[in-house]
Ligand binder design. Structure first.
Ligand code: NDP
Ligand code: MG
Length: 404
């Protein structure tokens, strides 16, 4: 805390980082540590990487840390005591929700992966916080409820996903009036195409989890890496864009851009197309959202256009990457379809990473679950989790039917 002595403490924003031990969490803490006069970690949360969480607590001295169980809490407390660190340890989902909506908190980075992040992220929204949203699955599952909660609480929702942060930067400040009112014709969502962009349908049958997680441009957690390889990530992002910018799915076009330098574009009716460019490093959108509407140093190197030399674009191949088609269909169907898509995908990715299903079976499993599960309106959080649960059960049933 000594580094902040002499600063006006009222200026320092207290940040809760949900998912601090993950890829986005670590990038967030890197940006925070560059600006001790502006930001202070208030709470850090981890799930399996308790040793790493201890190291982060010793370095960033948060008031709270959250872990999933009493056993993990015991281990973390012992380490904190030995290190002379006064961080208080909370447990479970209740602990996550508590640090997401505590009155001392100015902003919450929602960077837990998957459906597990929904309750704490929504708690931050309902408390009217500034919410930096990386956890796209939360919004995909509960879009209508989530955006209603944003409107009701007055929370400030800022996208961290690089594409959505790019779109946000290319939109006029009054885009909430409606996209047609502000002259937007299309949103162009860029996709790297992932590690299998040029892999044949036959070769996709034998790709391994390690190959799927070796993304050409971005270093990310394993779940989103598999999503990028299957292009489900772009499908989830399409749904995310529809909610964030109140756009019908038909207005969002996916453009494969292998260099990942243009992070997305907005096409206006006068023919202007605005793009946001930058090196593929998540610290840029994180710094953008943390400081918005100001700008701060993120630690990202300046873009060197001469070394990039060229930018390529191609149409996505929905034959080889059916997840994109499935996500677009779910976006069009609406109601519970995106939650079902997301839950089936989480089971599919988990079982692919365990070596139990082949890569193309990710899409097969999701498609069958979507076919079997009837579409219902989601008017409460309970209904969202019920749809999520039914879809997971159908996905596990698919697995057992297919002898895995
Ligand atoms: P990681 O897997 O690297 O990190 C996930 C974080 O969530 C870790 O802190 C992990 O804890 C925690 N976590 C996992 N499961 C649970 C659970 N059941 N309950 C509570 N906490 C849990 O993922 P990323 O950082 O890559 O991604 C995080 C989110 O951000 C995802 O929704 C992803 O789609 C999104 N995103 C990520 C991008 C990236 O570049 N990485 C880009 C755009 C979006 P632990 O590690 O201790 O187990
Ligand atoms: Mg993205």
């Amino acid at each position: 805390m000594g580094g902040r002595m002499g600063c006006d403490v009222s200026q320092v924003q207290r940040i809760t980082v949900l998912g601090a031990t993950g890829s986005i969490g670590l990038s967030t803490l890197d940006v925070i540590a560059r600006h001790p006069e502006r930001y202070q970690a208030f709470a850090l949360t981890g799930y399996t990487r308790i040793e790493e969480l201890l190291t982060l607590c010793v370095r960033h001295r948060p008031a709270y840390a959250v872990v999933p169980s009493a056993e993990a809490a015991g281990r973390l407390r012992a380490g904190l005591t030995a290190a002379g660190c006064a961080t208080e340890v909370l447990e479970g989902e209740a602990g996550l929700c508590q640090v997401a909506c505590a009155s001392e908190v100015d902003a919450v980075m929602a960077a837990i992966v998957g459906a597990a992040g929904l309750r704490p992220t929504l708690a931050a929204v309902q408390a009217g916080k500034k919410v930096l949203l990386a956890n796209k699955e939360a919004l995909v599952m509960s879009g209508a409820l989530f955006m209603d909660a944003v409107r009701q609480s007055g929370a400030v929702l800022l996208p961290i996903d690089s594409e959505h942060n790019a779109i946000f930067q290319c939109m006029p400040s009054d885009y909430a009036r409606g996209l047609s009112a502000v002259g937007v014709r299309r949103i162009l969502l860029t996709a790297s195409g992932g590690p299998f962009r040029q892999t044949s349908t036959e070769a996709l049958l034998d790709v391994t989890p390690e190959q799927a997680c070796a993304h050409p441009n971005w270093s990310m957690g394993r779940k989103i890496s598999v999503d990028s390889a299957s292009m489900m990530n772009k499908g989830l992002e399409l749904i995310e864009a529809c909610w964030l910018f109140d756009a019908p799915p038909s207005l969002v076009e996916v453009v494969v851009h292998p260099q990942s330098v243009i992070h997305s574009l907005v096409d206006y009716v006068d023919g202007s197309v605005l793009a946001q460019l930058g090196n593929p490093d998540m610290r840029t959108p994180i710094a953008n959202a943390l400081a918005w509407p100001e700008r701060i140093d993120s630690g990202v190197a300046p873009l060197d256009l001469f070394s990039i030399a060229r930018l390529d674009f191609e149409a996505p191949d929905e034959q080889r990457f059916p997840c994109l088609r499935l996500a677009r269909q779910a976006a069009q169907v609406g109601n519970s379809a995106p939650a079902v898509l997301n839950a089936a995908n989480e089971v599919a990715v988990q079982t692919f990473l365990q070596g139990r299903i082949r890569f193309p079976e990710i899409a097969s499993m999701i498609e069958q679950v979507l076919d079997q599960e009837s579409v219902v309106p989601l008017t409460s959080l309970e209904a969202v989790f019920a749809a999520d649960q039914r879809a997971r059960e159908l996905a596990w049933a698919w697995l057992h039917r297919n002898g895995r």
